[in-house]
Design a protein around this ligand. Structure first.
Ligand code: SF4
Length: 256
């Protein structure tokens, strides 16, 4: 599994986002997340870690130096992406860090978008909701509209995280969000899993209609996963799901 060993990483060419400069607000030696997705590229959660979260000041300085360098080289990123070793909104100074990032972006690379990849488990907190509303790409995970599947795929830490809870809170962005859905099939702990069946896609589309995101990104497995009996969907299958969503009027991108 891959862990990011710095606060700022890249830039990397992202399938979904273009030239992307990454920001990791989690420790550099462990993954911490309020989900424990069976497909997570960082592996399963661990309680072992020796390094603390980076401070707001450390993030500011690391980002300032990198953006200054990229601007000087006339190689600004298309996007500054908060992802890294877990869930970025778990950082206690997340809102302030977003404010700092917008200031630095405006100063050094004004055309760069600010993106956050989040699992949506903290969007009920006013400061997180406010921060996500300030950025360009508020990308929130929604993997299944059927509780049993969502719980098996994402393994949320909080019992309060249900599909109904997620839909209810995602609706509050009033369309100012991008939904990201991982489609896969396989088996985990003796249970079959497939969020691409007609029943799943039908339920997922109903949720999309309730949430009405400005964009939907669908993708499948790209790298090694912590659960080993998982399969990626092929591009034709992803395109078939995308087409169904487009017929409902959604702007959909596919990364196969
Ligand atoms: S939400 Fe993201 S970081 Fe967290 S376990 Fe799932 S894939 Fe990994």
């Amino acid at each position: 599994m891959i862990l990011f060993n710095q606060i700022i990483f890249g830039p990397i060419h992202s399938r979904r986002l273009g030239l992307s400069l990454g920001v990791n607000l989690l420790p550099v030696d462990a993954k911490i997340c309020s989900f424990n997705c069976i497909y997570c590229e960082c592996g399963f959660n661990t309680t072992m870690r020796e390094t603390p979260l980076p401070t707001r000041e450390q993030v500011f300085e690391a980002l300032r130096i990198k953006l200054n360098q990229m601007a000087t080289e006339k190689n600004c990123p298309d996007v500054i992406t908060f992802a890294g070793n877990g869930e970025p909104t778990l950082h206690p100074e997340f809102e302030q860090i977003i404010d700092d990032t917008i200031i630095l972006r405006n100063q050094y690379c004004p055309s760069a978008k600010v993106s956050v990849l989040s699992n949506a488990t903290k969007i009920h907190k006013p400061q997180i909701f406010k921060a996500l509303n300030k950025i360009d790409n508020n990308i929130l995970k929604f993997d299944s509209s059927i509780d049993q599947t969502m719980k098996l795929l994402d393994q949320p830490a909080g019992k309060h995280i249900t599909v109904a809870w997620l839909i209810d809170h995602l609706k509050k962005f009033e369309g100012n969000l991008i939904i990201q859905t991982m489609f896969l099939r396989g088996e985990y702990q003796g249970q079959k899993i497939d969020n691409s069946t007609p029943e799943e896609v039908e339920a997922w589309l109903s949720a999309m209609k309730a949430i009405h995101p400005k964009q939907i990104m669908i993708y499948t497995i790209d790298r090694e996963t912590p659960a080993h009996q998982l399969e990626k969907l092929n591009v034709t299958e992803l395109n078939h799901i995308a087409e169904k969503a487009r017929q409902c009027g959604f702007d959909v991108s596919v990364a196969g």
